[in-house]
Structures are given as structure tokens and as C-alpha cells.
Design a binder for this molecule. Structure first.
Ligand SMILES: Nc1nc2c(c(=O)[nH]1)N[C@H]1C(S)=C(S)[C@@H](COP(=O)(O)OP(=O)(O)OC[C@H]3O[C@@H](n4cnc5c(=O)[nH]c(N)nc54)[C@H](O)[C@@H]3O)O[C@H]1N2
Ligand SMILES: Nc1nc2c(c(=O)[nH]1)N[C@H]1C(S)=C(S)[C@@H](COP(=O)(O)OP(=O)(O)OC[C@H]3O[C@@H](n4cnc5c(=O)[nH]c(N)nc54)[C@H](O)[C@@H]3O)O[C@H]1N2
Ligand SMILES: [Mo]
Length: 672
């Protein structure tokens, strides 16, 4: 990203035309980053709560007082029951320095609870880990040479523009694009074909395709023999999913499954852009495993334009132990503090403590995240943060829904103001992020805030006081072959570096599993007492998974990203929010008719967990039985102070303990 600065202010951000994966283009929301940075609502000083929790009334205080206040509250807890202190962070910035470096070291040194950071990608990451050995996949650039692209559980026009550019190029060169998505997204409508399956049934679809591919012999026996493990077992499992059965499960035509398999088996230049949309359901991990088997069965990996990409983050040799210093944990490595799953933060905050849970949570330190808006089962999350006996610190740019519940808000810098280092999960470059302007107001980088907290608490471990430059210089294992010839200094000068990787990563095997093969059958899963083969698990909340619930709440709700927001970031940027308009619910005409809902009418979406309002758009973009509420709104900027997470559940996925945002039954009624 290039930043134009005038009189100390960022006036424009633009893409770097020399950067191969992005080619000078920024996505809709990030192109507004200057507007966001200098927004009139930026937090400029530390703030202390003077109102009730959640009310949002604060007064400005100085940094010294803020840090002293924090230390006074945290020190006795740290001395008595350090696990009662819980960090909460995720994707605000995904930088390695302003993410888990000093912050992680601070919590490790205290012996605070650890956080299982599972809100986004954990099911898919586990699926890939058991199958390929890590989050590895194709280079995004080579999709443009593919002859067939399955865009599976992904809406790249909104969420992955740089891939979409390549897919468009492939289309111009004659490739066929097929979207697999319950919703006719902006992307699905621009593909040659759209397979609108029921949410959470992707595992069945993949097993059905595997069954057809094997029965019709459209597989690469040589590749399978040399580079995969467990073919016979997979064949037997897939035989349980003949197209007729899969058609019933997925709610699609039998012939569609057969044709999809035939198309995928007809060329080695067949690729899959899988994304996280399809793994936010009970069986998400298994579904990723089943889909990940496809290119290994057909030998598509032999071509650089064949294979699959869900995440490329595993290619970057991040030195996480140097960044996070787990060795600072008291009891390392044998006795570690408890780990709290971030998706169940509502229940955790309301837990009275004791038993297997351990100590009651007494302090939360939130940075890079807005849990009151983004975490599932939001009424419980808000009720937890509203506890008068909870001490909450929020490091933020803005007074978000979560910051409203803070005792202390600490103003943080944005990416234009601080130093950082990034890897990517959508391409195979690493990047340096240099400050373009000085911090706005009295804001400080996360690292500087945690250094200050450590000092105020009287901690003396030197690792807590390293500078951002020192941290950046150890963010990667520079001796890894992928970074040959690179150092922090070369990265800083050039801005970015391409990882040195093979063009076709698994053309001759080389998976990072224990066997070195693509593991259709996983011995590790078996040892963990889990199914060693991929299978289809019906969503928790579906007619198959919970018939009684489905009778009461017959509509499946999904809440994927809106184009103009980044999770809950940018929702307060007027130019972007006004483009989104207001919270909408897309509902199929048949479902709307049955409920006497007219297009443009306000509706209430509800289940046993809560309810929210949105304006109905009666449209066949949503398949029958599915309602779609593009997300994630700030609650306080929505008409009724609620967003989609009012109805989502804290249940976890089959693998990885991830969130099940799209495994969610509701009903809808007009608001009169
Ligand atoms: N504009 C924008 N870009 C973003 C984000 C954002 O919030 N806004 N978020 C970023 C982040 S953190 C992430 S993790 C990624 C998110 O990336 P994804 O989670 O992949 O989100 P989308 O690209 O919207 O794709 C999700 C698609 O999956 C569909 N879907 C929902 N359920 C199912 C299902 O059961 N099966 C199938 N096959 N499809 C399903 C949805 O209808 C939607 O069209 O995007 C990143 N990019
Ligand atoms: N219903 C529903 N819920 C979802 C999803 C969905 O599709 N549907 N998607 C899920 C996914 S994929 C994800 S990744 C999560 C994301 O959830 P979060 O990780 O909470 O992401 P954001 O909502 O963008 O909130 C990040 C906050 O960090 C702040 N921030 C940004 N940079 C910095 C910084 O440098 N320092 C500090 N201190 N703060 C900073 C921003 O101002 C913002 O308020 O949401 C999940 N929630
Ligand atoms: Mo995410």
C-alpha cells in the first residue's frame, strides 16, 4: 500500500503497482483507509468509564494515570489467580508485531489464560493440517491459467478481489467458473454455473464427487500410488455417498453432482478456490478434508494451475516462538495455563468459576478485536462484558460496541502510524509495513501499550521491552529456504518479498504430513479418537441434525461478509456504510410469501438465543429455506441495536474448535 501524505496527514492510499499479487489495486474498503484513519471519531486519549457498563460514557485521562489504574487493578489478580486474566484478540491487524508479540509475552509472563484463536479459520486449518500437513496451497497468480475453477464457499468480489482478477483473466482465456454457494453472491452471478447447495452440506457434495470420479476411473492412479495414503479406505467411504443420496442431502440435482465430478476430472488444469464460508458449520473440518482430497485424486497438483487454495499462510516461515516467547510462561513447557476458546467467550464470561473451568474471569484485555459485535451468541457476550465485577481494558481506534463496556479504553495506532511485518493467507509474499505518519492524537502502537502495562506492573523481563524494530527483525526464520537472500533490512527497503517456492507445490508430492503424502486416511486423527476418514456431518441445526428444532425454526441463516465492511471494521466509515445502506435480510419469495413478508419491509429474525431486525429483500438470490444477512454491523449503528450474532451459536466445529456462524436456524416475521 502506498500512502500520500500532506502536512502530516494521510490524504490517499493506493495499491503498489509493482506488487505482483495485488497489481496496484486496493479493495473497496481499504481504499478508504485514510478516511478511516483521520475519522473525527478516532480515539485520541485514554478514557476512563464514568457511566454504567455498556452505556458508553467516558472521560479523558492521561497515559500515566491510565497505566497506573490498569496496574492497580491487574496486579492483585495476577498475584492471586493469573488465569482470571484473559486476553481477547483477533484480526483487527493481522501484523506479526502489533498482533501477538509484546502482547503475548506480557500475558505469558503473567501466566494469564491463553486464548484459542478459533473464530475464523480453525476448522479449515485443521482440515488442511490433517490432509496436507499445513495451510498450504496454490499460488493465486496461476489461477489465471486454469481451465476450470471451482469457487467454493467464497465470494471473492467482496472478500478476495485479487483472486477474482485472476479468475476473470482465466475466464477471458476460456476457463469455466463454477460457484458452489447457497447464495447467489456477487461472484456466483458472474460465474458460468452456480451450484446452490444447502448450507453445511459441502462434505457430502465432495464425497459424492469422489465416488463418481473413482467409479468412472477419472483419477490419476500414478499420482495416487506415489503421493497419497488411504485410497482404498476413501473409496469405501465415498461409496456410501452415491449421487442420489448426495442430491437429497445437498438439495441439488443428481446430474449436477455427476457433471461436476466429470468436469473436475476432465483436465489437470482444474483448480479450487476454497474459502472459509463453507467451514463455519458443524462438519466444516471434515468438509475441507473431503474437498482437499479432490486434486490429489485427479492429479491436478501436477499443474501449477491445478490444485486448491484455502490458505497459503503456512508457506511463510513465521518464528512464532521468538515473537510470542511461550518460554516466559510459568511452568513452561509442562504445565500451561488454561486455554479459553474465543467462540465461547459468552459462556466463559458468565461462568461462576470452579471445577474444570478454573477461576472465574476477573479481567479481560481486548485488542485487535470487537467481540461484542463479532462473537457468536451475542446476548451472552454482552451480558458477560456487562458484569460489574469484571475489569475490562480495550485497545482501540474507535469506541466500538465492545469499547462501550470497557473500564479503560486505550487509543491505538493504525497501520499508517506503526511498524509491522505481514504474511498473507491469500498469496505467497511477505511484507513490511512502515509508518507513513506520526500517531494520531496520543494513540500508541499495541506494542508500546503493552510495554507500558508491563512497566506499570513492575515486570522486568527484558523481552517485554524490545523495540518494534527488534521484534520485526525476528518475525521470520530468515534462514528458511523460502526467504533465501532476505533479511529484515532487505524487506524493509523493498517493502515486500516473494517467498521462494515451487510453482506447482505438490507436483511430486512433498506434503507436510507425517507420511509426506496427502493423507486421505489420517493415522493422527485415529489416534485422537476421531474418524480417520473424511465424512459428512449434518449441521447441528438442520432437519437432519435436529428435526425438532428445525420444525420450530425452519430457516437456515448465513451471515457472510458485506463488501464494504471488513468484519466489523469500516462500519463507522460513512462513505462505506452509506453504500451498504442498512442491515438487510435476503429471503426467497416462497419463504417470504409464507410469512406475509413484502419486499422492503422490516422483519424480525429470531430463535431461542435472540433476535435482530433487518429490511427484507425478497429475492431468489437466497435459495429456498436459507436467509442471508450480510455482516457484520456495529450493533449501535443498526436500527434496533442488534446484529446477526444475536442469533448465532457458540457450538464448535468437528475439528479445530472453530465457530459455527452459519449453522444457525431461525424464523422470520414482519415487524408491524
Ligand atoms: N469485504 C470483505 N472482505 C473480507 C472480509 C470482510 O468482512 N469483508 N473478511 C475477511 C476475512 S477475516 C475472512 S475470514 C475472509 C472470509 O472469507 P469467506 O468466509 O470465504 O467469506 P466470503 O468470501 O463472503 O464467502 C463466503 C461465501 O460462502 C457462502 N456460504 C455460506 N455458507 C456456506 C456453506 O455451507 N457452503 C458453501 N459452499 N458456501 C457457503 C456465503 O454465501 C458466501 O457467499 O474474507 C476476508 N475478506
Ligand atoms: N455473524 C458473523 N460473525 C462473524 C463472521 C461472519 O462471517 N459472520 N466472521 C468471523 C471472522 S471470519 C472473523 S476473522 C471475526 C473478526 O472479528 P475481529 O477480529 O474482532 O475483527 P473486526 O470486527 O474487524 O474488529 C477488529 C477491531 O480491531 C481494531 N483494530 C484494528 N487495528 C488495530 C490495531 O492495530 N490495534 C488495536 N488495538 N486495534 C485495532 C479495529 O478498530 C476493530 O474494531 O469475526 C467473525 N464473526
Ligand atoms: Mo476471518
Amino acid at each position: 500500500m502506498r500512502v500520500t501524505v500532506k502536512d502530516g496527514r494521510a490524504i490517499k492510499v493506493s495499491g503498489d503497482p509493482d506488487h505482483p499479487p495485488t497489481q496496484g489495486v486496493l479493495c473497496t474498503k481499504v481504499s478508504r483507509y485514510a478516511e478511516r484513519t483521520h475519522h473525527r471519531d478516532r480515539l485520541l486519549t485514554p478514557l476512563r468509564r464514568i457511566g454504567r457498563k455498556g452505556e458508553g460514557r467516558f472521560e479523558a485521562i492521561g497515559w500515566d494515570e491510565a497505566l497506573r489504574l490498569a496496574a492497580d487493578r491487574l496486579k492483585p489478580i495476577a498475584a492471586r489467580a493469573p488465569e482470571a486474566i484473559v486476553p481477547y484478540s483477533y484480526a483487527g491487524t493481522m501484523g506479526l508485531v502489533q498482533g501477538e508479540s509484546i502482547a503475548a509475552r506480557f500475558f505469558n509472563a503473567l501466566g494469564a489464560s491463553r486464548l484459542d484463536r478459533t473464530i475464523c479459520a480453525a476448522a479449515g486449518a485443521a482440515g488442511l493440517r490433517y490432509t496436507y500437513g499445513a495451510s498450504l496451497g496454490m499460488h493465486t497468480e496461476y489461477y489465471e491459467e486454469s481451465e476450470l475453477i471451482l469457487i467454493w464457499g467464497s465470494n471473492p468480489i467482496a472478500s478476495n478481489l485479487h483472486f477474482w482478477t485472476r479468475a476473470q483473466e482465466a475466464k477471458r482465456r476460456g476457463a469455466k467458473l463454477i460457484a458452489i454457494d447457497p447464495y447467489r453472491s456477487l461472484t456466483a452471478e458472474k460465474c458460468h454455473q452456480h451450484v446452490a447447495l444447502k448450507p453445511g452440506t459441502d462434505g457430502a457434495l465432495a464425497l459424492g464427487m469422489i465416488d463418481v470420479l473413482i467409479r468412472e476411473g477419472r483419477i490419476d492412479r500414478e499420482y495416487i500410488g506415489a503421493h497419497t495414503l488411504g485410497f482404498d479406505e476413501l473409496k469405501a467411504r465415498a461409496a456410501e455417498y452415491p449421487p442420489a443420496r448426495v442430491a437429497r442431502i445437498c438439495g441439488i440435482e443428481e446430474q449436477v453432482i455427476v457433471d461436476l465430478a466429470r468436469a473436475f476430472g476432465s483436465t489437470k488444469k482444474a483448480s479450487i478456490r476454497l474459502n472459509y464460508g463453507m467451514q463455519r458449520v458443524r462438519g466444516g473440518g471434515n468438509a475441507v478434508r473431503a474437498i482437499a482430497c479432490l486434486p490429489s485424486l485427479t492429479g491436478a497438483w501436477r499443474e501449477r494451475s491445478g490444485g486448491l487454495l484455502l490458505s497459503s499462510s503456512g508457506w511463510a516461515p513465521v518464528n512464532s516462538s521468538a515473537l510470542e516467547r511461550p518460554d516466559l510462561l510459568p511452568g513452561w513447557p509442562s504445565r500451561l495455563p488454561r486455554i479459553v476458546n474465543m467462540n465461547a467467550i459468552g459462556d466463559a464470561l458468565l461462568n461462576p468459576g470452579g471445577g474444570a473451568f478454573g477461576p472465574k474471569i476477573e479481567a479481560m484485555i481486548v485488542y485487535n478485536s470487537n467481540p461484542v459485535a463479532v462473537a457468536p451468541d451475542s446476548e451472552k457476550v454482552a451480558a458477560g462484558f456487562a458484569r460489574e465485577d469484571l475489569f475490562t481494558i480495550v485497545l482501540e481506534h474507535f469506541q466500538t460496541d465492545t469499547a462501550d463496556f470497557a473500564d479503560l479504553i486505550l487509543p491505538a495506532t493504525t497501520q499508517l502510524e506503526h511498524l509491522d511485518v505481514h504474511k498473507s493467507y491469500g498469496h505467497t509474499h511477505v511484507m513490511a509495513n512502515l509508518p507513513a505518519i506520526t500517531p494520531v492524537g496520543e494513540s500508541r502502537p499495541n506494542t508500546e501499550i503493552f510495554r507500558g502495562l508491563a512497566r506499570a506492573m513492575g515486570l522486568s523481563e527484558p523481552a517485554l521491552f524490545e523495540t518494534d524494530e527488534q521484534i520485526a527483525s525476528k518475525a521470520f526464520r530468515w534462514d528458511d529456504p523460502a526467504l533465501a537472500g532476505q533479511s529484515w533490512n532487505t524487506l524493509k527497503t523493498a517493502g515486500w518479498a516473494q517467498l521462494k517456492l515451487a510453482d506447482a507445490p505438490f507436483a511430486s508430492g512433498g506434503f507436510r504430513t507425517p507420511s509426506g503424502k496427502c493423507e486421505f486416511y489420517s493415522e493422527r486423527l485415529k489416534q485422537e479418537g476421531l474418524d480417520p476418514l473424511p465424512d459428512y456431518l449434518p449441521p447441528y441445526e438442520s432437519a437432519d441434525g435436529a428435526p425438532e428444532l428445525a420444525a420450530r425454526y425452519p430457516l437456515a441463516m448465513i451471515s457472510p461478509p458485506a463488501r464494504n465492511f471488513l468484519n466489523s471494521s469500516f462500519v463507522n466509515v460513512e462513505s462505506l456504510r452509506s453504500t451498504e445502506g442498512e442491515p438487510h435480510l435476503d429471503i426467497h419469495p416462497a419463504d417470504a410469501y409464507a410469512r406475509q413478508i413484502a419486499d422492503g419491509e422490516m422483519v424480525r429474525i429470531f430463535n431461542d438465543r435472540g433476535s435482530m431486525q433487518a429490511r427484507a429483500r425478497v429475492t431468489d438470490r437466497a435459495r429456498e429455506g436459507v436467509v442471508v444477512g450480510l455482516s457484520i454491523w456495529w450493533k449501535k449503528l443498526a436500527p434496533d441495536g442488534c446484529n446477526a450474532n444475536q442469533v448465532t451459536s457458540q457450538a464448535l466445529t468437528d475439528l479445530g474448535g472453530a465457530a459455527t456462524f452459519y449453522d444457525c436456524l431461525v424464523d422470520v416475521e414482519p415487524v408491524h
